[in-house]
Design a protein around this ligand. Structure first.
Ligand code: ZN
Length: 137
């Protein structure tokens, strides 16, 4: 996905489109990534609730909890977290490449950072993510 984004941006650029087009395409890609991360986080939350229910019901019925019953959910959560990390990196790379293509002339914002947990972008440094509370500095 990362490669395609860059190809798109560079493609727009080489077609002689203006910096605004590069910014717009980069912005839209960043939005897509954000939406994807939000979806993954919602899915993780649902899985965590599911695990909670399974664990409680099993404990309530048998007095014991077997990890086997929730193994699949745990693995799926771990896979989704991995994808979130990759997507966050892709978003960072996107911002970096945009800056690289557009140069660091007037009006270019300082380095954008992204919450490693939910992907929320921040143009100014913050200590904690306003969306999910993750420590950022
Ligand atoms: Zn966050």
């Amino acid at each position: 996905m990362e490669g395609k984004i860059m190809a798109d941006i560079k493609g727009s650029f080489s077609k002689g489109l203006t910096a605004i087009n590069v910014k717009t395409s980069s912005f839209l890609e960043a939005k897509k990534i954000q939406t994807y991360i939000a979806t993954l986080n919602a899915e993780i939350e649902a899985l965590q609730k599911e695990i909670g229910t399974i664990v409680y019901e099993q404990w309530n019925a048998t007095g014991d909890v077997s990890l086997q019953l929730i193994g699949e959910q745990l693995l799926t959560i771990s896979q989704k977290k991995q994808i979130i990390q990759e997507q966050t990196k892709a978003a960072e790379e996107l911002a970096r490449k945009e800056k690289e293509i557009l140069g660091t002339g007037d009006g270019v914002k300082p380095e954008r950072i992204f919450c490693p947990n939910c992907g929320q972008p921040y143009d100014t440094p913050v200590k904690f993510c306003k969306k999910c509370g993750t420590k950022l500095q």
